[in-house]
Design a binder for this molecule. Structure first.
Ligand SMILES: Nc1ncnc2c1ncn2[C@@H]1O[C@H](COP(=O)(O)OP(=O)(O)O)[C@@H](O)[C@H]1O
Ligand SMILES: [Mg+2]
Length: 390
């Protein structure tokens, strides 16, 4: 569902926009979400026209700015700074949707919305690395890093805030302190309460000041809606896209986003007896493969069963026409569909033809009939409401 372009009530903030979507029946009414929208509305009001003065940008960009930065006392927030919000809740509760509504309506000129993992990898660690290469290991990279980030955005919206590794944990406290001191407003969604971040990991003690900082500077709001809306959305998504062209790919991109809240999954490995199987993209119990990767290589029933038991949904790109010519692939595909069927995995796919027309007339065509029939059944609404069998 696309909620951002042309939001009704957008110029009055996220709450009227949310109410308008409920009134139109696009969203189901949810008291917990409405309360969160009210809190976001308050932040929207406080950030209207917000534009803290960034450091003078230098010609020559990022690196020359490093050399000229003025020291900023930590914790010295500019007066009147609106701080931000940490929105926490279980999956599928509408956290990202609400944050996106806030982001779309926010009247802040310099604003950015970014997946937190991309922010840490693509911006923070990359820039620290570049800075150290230039200035050596003893120079402190955090103040110039915060300068550059604060210059780019007065409002930063992070989706899926999470702290996985010690490298992130070590940087975050000082970076966020420096960003807050520069007046940056932060809104984040997360599955984890601040108190549970990085819990049970070695080095957690050094991370506690960051948790305290988050709780001091951001309002922490728990989104307690009773329903996992994402789980229910699979029922509305078309499952079989033909032909397997760019449009089908875009539709599967959108479906993956609907189901996981992410544009791309992360690569991962499944361990099988003495071997590892690469999954190119995985997120929230959803795996995405293209047909060649999954059926174009010598994989067997054990591999397909491992995938089927691990993931509740498979997104499969580019099933070609099958026949005597690519019989090996056809046979693997049959094995794959059997494994998916056995474990009640939901399948979203793009293909050259409908299941019945997928296998060419001729030798072995009868063998494919059961597969085609299973593929049909897997598209039914009834089948898709059944729970995954791990
Ligand atoms: N009140 C609602 N009515 C209908 N669909 C909703 C509602 N709230 C959320 N959704 C949909 O449910 C899915 C999950 O929401 P999302 O914001 O991604 O959840 P979260 O970020 O909490 O995991 C999205 O497709 C979203 O549009
Ligand atoms: Mg989300």
């Amino acid at each position: 569902m696309d909620i951002s372009p042309g939001l009704t009530g957008a110029n009055e903030g996220p709450l009227p926009a949310y109410r308008a979507l409920v009134a139109r029946g696009v969203l189901q009414s949810d008291p917990a979400q409405a309360r969160a929208a009210e809190v976001l509305q308050d932040l929207w009001r406080r950030t209207r026209g917000y534009d803290p003065k960034p450091e003078e940008p230098e010609p020559g960009g990022f690196f020359s700015r490093f050399l000229r930065r003025k020291p900023v006392a930590p914790e010295e927030a500019p007066a009147g700074t609106p701080m931000g919000l940490y929105l926490v809740g279980e999956v599928g509760r509408g956290k990202s949707m609400l944050m996106d509504m806030f982001f779309a309506t926010a009247e802040v000129e310099r604003k950015q919305r970014i997946h937190f993992h991309d922010f840490m990898q693509g911006r923070v660690h990359r820039r620290i690395h570049a800075w150290k290469k230039e200035h050596g290991d003893t120079a402190d990279p955090i103040p110039p890093l915060a300068d550059s980030i604060a210059a780019e955005a007065a409002l930063l919206c992070f989706d899926e805030f999470q702290v996985h590794d010690i490298a992130d944990a070590m940087v975050l406290g000082r970076l966020f302190q420096a960003l807050f001191a520069r007046g940056t407003v932060v809104v984040a969604t997360s599955n984890t309460t601040p108190d549970d971040l990085f819990k049970g990991k070695p080095g957690r003690d050094a991370f506690l000041p960051f948790i305290a900082l988050i709780k001091r500077r951001l309002e922490v709001l728990v989104l307690e809606s009773a329903r996992d809306y994402r789980r229910e959305r699979i029922l509305d998504l078309p499952t079989w896209h033909m032909p397997a062209d760019r449009r089908a790919e875009a539709a599967l991109d959108a479906a993956f986003r609907e189901l996981t809240g992410r544009d791309h999954g992360a690569p991962m490995k499944l361990t099988l007896l003495g071997r590892e199987l690469e999954v190119p993209q995985a997120a929230e119990g959803v795996a995405r493969f293209d047909f060649e990767t999954l059926c174009g290589r010598p994989l067997g029933p054990a591999d397909y069963l491992a995938i089927a038991s691990q993931f509740h949904t498979l997104v499969l790109d580019g099933i070609p026409r099958l026949g005597a010519e690519n019989f090996d692939k056809a046979r693997r595909f049959i094995t794959l569909v059997d494994a998916l069927y056995e474990h009640r995995v939901k399948l979203l796919a793009s293909a050259a033809a409908a299941p019945d027309q997928l296998y060419e007339e001729g030798d072995n065509a009868a063998m494919f009939q059961r597969t085609a029939s299973r593929l049909h059944e897997m598209q039914s609404r009834d089948w898709r409401t059944r729970p995954h069998l791990q």
